[in-house]
Ligand binder design. Structure first.
Ligand code: WTA
Length: 650
């Protein structure tokens, strides 16, 4: 049986050579940061970053919360990720690409340099992409996606990757918001040995024309038949042949934007989270070293998609800045069978494996005994990210995949934080399962109330980061006010607005931090962030719908699933209405936003001022007893009626 109080100390053999070897070392680093915050960061910025010109000030707080780090420093992130490794690692494998069908390609740092430069020259010379221009990537998991990201960074263009599972509508909104000049895509790729297509989605997104977009660059992966618009569409494979493999890096300021990545918030349309150059790359590299304990000779695999922040920081920027070998996988870990991932670990001798709890639950369910069939002895550190991991999944991961000897690091962070914030250190932290444990050295994470008072032990509060950190979000693209409102308006400490994550958390008697989940209206489906507001707006497009409210409901595999409460203008909910709503969700957002439950109810629980009490709906969706006070509702009797409707339907 699982004992929730059990603590898993670090493996002593591993700890001996780890970069941070004990809690004493951890506390010493934390003290250093607390005593001299800027000095702490200066030390690492000086030691780790290959500056073209030195910075002047570590942290500029004059325009808070628009913090600036390493002001007036000059660098190029691709020097950090590629050029500086060419001195002694030119022949080292930078990327191991494994295709869905098992095709493997090993790309050395030298080849990576050439491919990125060729791509950069193509962007510059053929498409006139300049520093500060936005380029949208709608790409599968193939090496050219990485080349494209780094090519943008090489010439100072700002990439904005849109996850390949998003619909044409979602893609269009993101292209428009960023005013992108170029869209880079592929004909498609392979999933479960079958070709699928991406280019038609781009065609659809651009069908009415988007003024800013001048061209579409298409990489061929599966050579399926696609439409071609002469003059707009360009063939990467043809053009790249003529492109030179030498390209001088653009000189970038520390605070120039590196990329945008759209993510869901609790209100309105997705926000373009803007990251910077120096602070971002510094923390991406430091967390690779501390949290994954990356060492020379390691082979590291993160299964995320590059369309999410985890793919940005922990497939591309972090691993390459750390000079390691990073695995890029086109397929799904359960195909052709539930042993695929473990077979890959065996074949590539993977040392660090990083995935989402939802994937662990699927692998556990489909192939409990699969890990035993493979030699997984290369593994040293296992990681999870994106959502809370439940104890049975944690235990299976630890025992069966990690053989009981690997630390499982449950990393808490967000698109906005750029890199890990709260996580065990594999050689130091005694781990409590399903617990993100402690803030990393230099990160001031606190569980407080809105006035900055620490919460009592075991009480849930707001998870805030009370000091700026180098890899933090700089702003929301084109909307500075929304940035302030979304992140710096919920909690104040010592008279200063502090960053609020949107998550709740609690601290136990030993100081361990456990994440309790979002306290805003964001749903986390299989580790994908979706805003209830976006989902509701899509559902409301059905003209039979009078009112709608959407909540998350706990789901054994996905973590949360989408539960839609509908008030219809007339009649009962039919299979037709349900399927229309799901087609709206997949059209407006993507298949990831499809609802598991769609239930018609006689009304929604509203306060007298008209606010929908989603907390009550969450309890009803879960089938829980309602403990909240419902006397403040406009019509308290509605609760029993909704419960009855749900009971009939589910
Ligand atoms: C959730 C993903 C519990 C959390 C890197 C956060 C987690 C949101 C964990 C960010 C974790 C992430 N334990 N919950 N270890 N990691 N989350 O922006 O609610 O896609 O706010 O970034 O995922 O999701 P995002």
């Amino acid at each position: 049986m699982f004992d929730s109080d059990k603590i898993f100390p670090p493996n002593p053999e591993f700890a001996k050579n780890a970069r941070i070897k004990s809690m004493d070392e951890y506390y010493a680093l934390m003290d250093e940061a607390k005593n001299d915050y800027e000095g702490f960061w200066k030390k690492y910025a000086d030691e780790k970053i290959e500056w073209i010109e030195p910075y002047e000030k570590v942290l500029d707080e004059t325009n808070a919360p628009f913090y600036k780090w390493f002001t007036n420093g000059k660098l190029n992130v691709t020097i950090q990720c590629i050029d500086r490794h060419l001195k002694d690692k030119a022949d080292k494998t930078a990327i191991i690409f494994e295709g869905d069908r098992g095709d493997v390609q090993k790309i050395t740092y030298e080849t990576l340099a050439k491919e990125v430069n060729r791509f950069a020259n193509l962007l510059k010379n053929r498409f006139d992409i300049k520093k500060g221009d936005r380029v949208v990537l709608y790409m599968p998991m193939i090496p050219q996606a990485v080349y494209a990201m780094l090519a943008c960074a090489r010439i100072g263009a700002i990439h904005s990757i849109v996850f390949g599972g998003f619909s044409a509508e979602a893609l269009r909104d993101r292209i428009k918001d960023a005013k992108a000049k170029l869209v880079i895509t592929a004909d498609g790729a392979y999933r479960k040995s079958k070709p699928y297509l991406l280019k038609p989605v781009v065609d659809d997104a651009l069908k009415d024309g988007i003024q800013s977009v001048e061209a579409v660059l298409v990489v061929k992966r599966n050579n399926e038949k696609i439409d071609w618009i002469e003059g707009r569409d360009h063939d990467y494979d043809e053009l790249i042949k003529e492109s030179s493999s030498e390209c001088e890096p653009e000189i970038m300021d520390s605070e120039d934007p590196l990329f945008l990545l759209y993510t869901s918030g609790s209100t309105g349309k997705p926000k373009g989270v803007q990251h910077s150059q120096a602070g971002y790359i510094l923390w991406a590299q430091m967390t690779m070293e501390w949290v994954f304990d990356i060492k020379e000779g390691d082979v590291y695999w993160c299964t995320a998609d590059i369309g999410w922040i985890t793919g940005h920081t922990y497939i591309v920027y972090g691993p390459l800045a750390a000079g390691t070998t990073t695995v890029l996988f086109e397929g799904v870990p359960t195909y052709p069978d539930a042993g695929r991932a473990w077979k890959m670990v065996q074949e590539h001798k993977i040392t660090q494996f990083y995935t989402a709890p939802t994937a662990i639950r699927v692998l556990h369910k489909m192939g409990e005994d699969e890990p035993k069939k493979y030699d997984l002895s290369s593994l040293k550190v296992l990681g999870t990210v994106g959502e809370p991991i439940d104890p049975p999944a944690w235990m299976w991961y630890h025992e069966e995949v990690g053989g009981g000897r690997c630390a499982v690091v449950d990393t808490w962070w967000q698109t906005e934080t750029g890199g890990h914030m709260i996580s065990p250190l594999p050689g130091a932290t005694p781990i409590k399962p399903s617990c993100a444990t402690f803030a990393l050295p230099g990160i001031m994470a606190e569980v407080i109330d809105k006035d900055g008072n620490p919460k009592e032990i075991g009480e849930t509060g707001l998870l805030c980061i009370t000091k700026p950190w180098p890899s933090m979000i700089r702003t929301i693209w084109g909307d500075h006010e929304r940035f302030k409102k979304a992140y710096f308006s919920d909690a104040v400490k010592d008279g200063k607005a502090v960053y609020f994550s949107g998550d709740g958390a609690m601290v136990d008697k030993d100081g361990y931090i456990t994440i309790t989940g979002r306290v805003d209206d964001v749903i986390n489906v299989s580790g994908h962030r979706l805003g209830t507001a976006e989902i509701e707006a899509a559902v409301a497009e059905d003209d039979k719908v009078a009112e709608v409210a959407v909540v998350g409901r706990p789901h054994p595999i996905k973590g949360e699933s989408i539960f839609v409460f509908l008030v219809l203008k007339e009649g009962a909910v039919t299979e037709d209405i349900k399927s229309h709503i799901n087609s709206l969700l997949s059209k407006e957002i993507g298949n990831i936003a499809k609802a598991d439950d769609i239930v018609a109810v006689p009304g929604l629980p509203k306060t007298r001022s008209g606010k929908i009490m989603r907390r009550i709906l969450r309890s009803i969706a879960k089938g829980e007893e309602i403990k909240q006070d419902i006397s403040t509702l406009e019509d308290p009797s509605i609760v029993a009626n909704i419960q009855e409707a749900v009971k009939q339907a589910v």
